[in-house]
Design a protein around this ligand. Structure first.
Ligand code: MCN
Length: 800
């Protein structure tokens, strides 16, 4: 069912929105002409390298930099003490900010260079700047750090134990926060009334994002103008500019952050890390360009990992299998310090989605955030929503089993009925639109669900173990509504801004405050703007990712760009059309109220021969020889778009696997994904996003996981040890979609960038559990390595 992509020249202007045209960004990416941060070569560039703590938890008794300082090519070596010296550029806090606050948050200090205590392996102890990258890295090895090693703790449950090593003086018991949502009493009552309950005790393991391009930054300071330019691997340059300005004490309006081509982020390039701030600070101090590119090892040690939950949960059901209540207690790994968005992930993004696709009358969730000796944990593709969906969908299978219903029938019985939309959940959100049976029926049909059960029975008789796993996921994305974010406690607005500018020749540049890094925005935004203005797709250029060019922006994450950035572009384009209507009316000697705009042409109502094209109007707007009285020359418009709700994509994914109980190997037979992301701007890009997302979700289910030893040493710190799935491990996907437009935004779109990752893990885990049902196995902890599956079979068989 793969969608064929079209050459844009084959698509008429009227059909450009919604067409599966080729991505215009691909030729530069596949021919190697795209420029990434590390490709930037500025004259007289010095190179930075970072001395990182070898240990997961250690007091730093001393740092001897003298040998390194003497080395050839070394320009400077800096520790925390140097940040505060009088002769160095100061005024910053040199502490990384926490962007989101919860009422009970322990917002502990996070110095960009450690202040006597390294709290994870990889914590930055000192930096070296040298003439070449190799000289800087060599000098790092000559810096003697006197460590006093301390016991480490890396799991959130262990960190909350009474006798756990304490990470921060001002975070008693390693508690970063204690948060709850829902109605505890009502939920307790639901459990009292229940005829059946199902419970689960699960670990949603810590995973590392693995963007292909490591984090990198190049900064250049001009002492004459006090301008500091930072090129960096950013998903949100404006936010990085704001936060970096405070960290290093450089005025925001004299700081430029530009994201060149970015080779994937998956959430890991949203947060404010210390390394990029240090590059900027060193450049200012040394008054010359400074560059840093993380090694792959540094990426593993320091990129914010995601997930990291330990959860106990229970589902209450009545006699007929109607869900009455859900009770959740989660311990969330926050890592050694709070990362930029970290507190929001296991709370607002997780707790608010615990109703899944189901009409659950009582929910209560309690989440404790724990400091541990791993890098600061933050958003990884899906961020909080995969954890919620995983929990709910695992419990739906266990609940069905408990009441003796088929898992598909049990889900259908409990779906939020279509007539209940907009649906207010028990966990503070209102689902915008939904029709859950549509993708569900389509997926079951595609996978031949009824036939499968028959095949499964037959296969079991032959000693072959097939399993089918359902995942009916829901997601909240289009991260925006500022008011709602404020009500939930966030210290940030979440609008998006754009500027649509006609040039005098009639071509257009569309600027947007999102910052794509693989999602195809140059294509889809051009489709949106060309459609609104009724001009040729090739006449629209899209610019993102540069604080000097784009007035303001909130960046790309939370599958927000189409719904929020795209809608902002619609608003700007419509403002442009409004102004152009006045000019056209003047040219056509008509009243603006009598002028209609269609497919790029202004007509006088009732006189179709009296018309003028919008590109000719643009020319007139700049010639400005004969404009309506009082109208300013020029044709451009800016908008800040702030919707009143999230958008809630949904769908059903189904995995069919065969498990070999003797070896524990899991093989995919089918993988069906039916997603509903509202209207689609570009179905080919939507399909690609689903593919990439599913690959990462399958990776979490079967292969990936950050493993630490008892000292907090990362055991999976390289591509040899951390098992990112290879092409052969990713199932052949059969994709389809249904369309339930969102009423929230003018495009009727919902996000797609995270959907696959949110949907996939539980489809695979449920499939493996279904296959192993004859062995008494009802779940295997992720990643479901062959060894874990084999052990589960052995333990299940032994328990019989
Ligand atoms: N789109 C569409 N129709 C829709 C929805 C989206 O055609 N109904 C298109 C959009 O116009 C855009 C793409 O699909 O070109 C993704 O849009 P959206 O869902 O709005 O997500 P964002 O662009 O905001 O991207 C963020 C999302 C996230 S949160 C992660 S993580 C992720 C992802 O995108 N990281 C990625 N996809 C990635 N893809 C690549 N290649 N690299 C990453 O790092």
């Amino acid at each position: 069912m793969s969608i064929d992509s079209l050459d844009p020249s084959e698509v008429s202007a009227a059909d450009i929105l919604g067409s599966a045209i080729e991505r215009r960004e691909d030729p530069a990416l596949v021919t190697g002409t795209a420029e990434y941060t590390d490709d930037i070569q500025l004259a007289n560039t010095a190179h930075m390298a970072v001395v990182r703590s070898q240990y997961g938890n250690a007091r730093i008794e001393g740092v001897d930099t003298s040998a390194a300082e003497e080395m050839s090519g070394v320009v400077g070596v800096y520790t925390n003490d140097d940040l505060w010296r009088e002769d160095t550029p100061g005024g910053g806090s040199f502490d990384l900010p926490v962007g989101w606050l919860l009422p009970s948050l322990n917002a502990v200090s996070h110095p960009i260079l450690v202040d006597g205590h390294a709290r994870y392996q990889g914590d930055a102890v000192a930096v070296v700047v040298a003439e070449t990258r190799h000289q800087a890295r060599d000098a790092v090895r000559e810096i003697a750090v006197d460590y006093d090693r301390l016991d480490a703790v890396t799991d959130p449950g262990d960190a909350l134990d009474d006798d756990a090593p304490q990470l921060h003086e001002d975070a008693t018991g390693n508690v970063a926060f204690d948060w709850e949502i829902g109605d505890e009493e009502k939920t307790a009552a639901a459990f009292e009334d229940a005829a059946h309950t199902a419970s689960i005790d699960l670990v949603n393991q810590l995973v590392i994002p693995n963007a292909m391009e490591p984090r990198a930054a190049v900064a250049t300071y001009d002492p004459g103008t006090d301008e500091l330019d930072v090129f960096m691997t950013s998903q949100n340059p404006h936010l990085h500019r704001l936060l970096m300005s405070g960290v290093i004490g450089h005025p925001e309006h004299k700081l430029r952050v530009k994201a060149p081509e970015v080779g994937g982020g998956f959430g890991s390039k949203i947060h404010h890390y210390g390394d990029e701030a240090l590059v900027a600070w060193c450049s200012k101090l040394l008054e010359r360009p400074v560059k840093w590119t993380a090694t792959r090892s540094e990426t593993y040690l320091t990129d914010a990992p995601g997930r990291g939950h330990e959860t106990e949960a229970e589902l209450a059901m009545d006699e007929d299998g109607t869900v009455l209540g859900l009770r959740v207690d989660t311990k969330a790994n926050l890592g050694a310090y709070l990362s930029t968005f970290a507190p929001a992930v296991p709370t607002y993004l997780y707790g608010t989605l615990l109703s899944g696709q189901y009409d659950i009358p009582a929910i209560h969730a309690h989440v404790t955030g724990a400091f541990t000796n791993v890098p600061p944990v933050d958003a990884y593709r899906g961020a909080g929503r995969p954890e919620a969906s995983f929990l709910v969908e695992r419990l739906m299978d266990l609940g069905a089993k408990e009441v003796g219903m088929d898992p598909a029938e049990f889900r259908r019985h409990n779906f939020v009925p279509t007539e209940k939309f907009p649906y207010e959940t028990q966990v503070a959100v209102v689902y915008d639109s939904g029709d859950y049976e549509k993708p569900f029926d389509r997926a079951l049909d595609l996978v031949d669900y009824e036939d499968f059960r028959e095949r499964q029975r037959e296969a079991r008789e032959e000693g072959r173990y097939l399993g089918i796993g359902l995942s009916c996921y829901i997601e909240a994305c289009g991260l925006a509504p500022s008011e709602l974010a404020g009500q939930l406690g966030a210290q940030a607005g979440l609008w998006e801004s754009s500027l649509v500018r006609f040039h005098p020749s009639g071509t257009v540049t569309a600027f947007c405050g999102t910052s794509g890094h693989g999602q195809g925005h140059e294509t889809t935004y051009a489709q949106i703007v060309a459609n609104e203005l009724g001009i040729d797709y090739d006449d629209v250029e899209v610019v993102e990712g540069d604080t000097d060019e784009i007035p303001q922006g909130m960046g790309t994450y939370g599958s927000r760009s189409a719904a929020v950035g795209g809608s902002s572009l619609v608003m700007s384009a419509r403002k442009v059309v409004d102004k152009a209507t006045e000019i056209a009316a003047h040219q056509l000697e008509a009243d603006p109220d009598d002028v209609e705009f269609e497919a790029g042409e202004f007509h006088v109502a009732g006189a179709p021969d009296r018309s003028v094209g919008i590109q000719a109007v643009a020319q007139q707007a700049y010639l400005a020889h004969d404009l309506p009285d009082g109208l300013e020359p020029g044709l451009e418009a800016t908008s800040f778009y702030d919707p009143d709700n999230f958008v809630f994509p949904f769908g059903t994914h189904v995995a069919v696997v065969e498990v070999d109980p003797e070896s524990g190997e899991v093989e995919f037979e089918r993988y069906v994904a039916v997603d509903d992301v509202g209207n689609q701007i570009n179905p080919k890009i939507v399909e690609g996003q689903i593919h990439g997302g599913v690959a990462q979700g399958v990776g979490q289910a079967l292969y990936e996981g950050a493993e630490y030893d008892d000292n907090g040493t990362l055991l999976t710190g390289s591509m040899q040890d951390y098992a990112v799935p290879k092409a052969e491990h990713v199932p052949e996907m059969e994709t389809d979609s249904t369309v339930t437009p969102s009423p929230v935004n003018p495009l009727g779109v919902k996000g797609v960038g995270e959907a696959g990752t949110i949907a996939a893990p539980q489809a695979v885990v449920n499939a493996v559990a279904d296959a192993l049902d004859p062995f008494g196995v009802d779940g295997v902890e992720m990643p479901m390595t062959a060894e874990r599956v084999w052990r589960a079979v052995e333990e299940g068989a032994a328990a019989d």
